[in-house]
Design a protein. Structure first.
Length: 86
C-alpha cells in the first residue's frame, strides 16, 4: 500500500493597491495552508519598467494567474482586498 503525503492547500491573497506587506497579519491566521503573497506591478518591491503608474485589473489578474501556474499551485483559495474601497 502506498501513502501519499497530502500537500497543504494554497492560499493567495491579493489586492489593489496593496503589496505583500498589507497581508502579513492575515497570513498568520492561515497556518493550515501555504500562503503566497506578492507585490503587484509598481507596488512594494516590484519595479515597473514601462513607466506606467496604474494597474489595470485585467493585467493584475493575468499576473496572479501566471504566479499560480508557475508555482503549480492550482487549485488555490484566493481572497482580495482593495484599499481604494475604504
Amino acid at each position: 500500500m502506498s501513502h501519499r503525503r497530502r500537500r497543504r492547500p494554497w492560499g493567495f491573497p491579493w489586492g489593489e493597491p496593496v503589496d505583500a506587506s498589507g497581508f502579513q497579519a492575515q497570513v498568520t491566521l492561515f497556518e493550515d495552508r501555504t500562503v503566497v503573497t506578492y507585490d503587484p506591478r509598481g507596488l512594494g518591491r516590484s519595479i515597473r519598467k514601462d513607466g506606467a503608474v496604474t494597474n489595470e485589473p485585467e493585467i493584475q489578474a493575468e499576473d496572479v494567474h501566471a504566479i499560480i501556474e508557475a508555482l503549480k499551485a492550482a487549485p488555490t483559495r484566493s481572497w482580495s482586498r482593495s484599499a481604494r474601497s475604504l
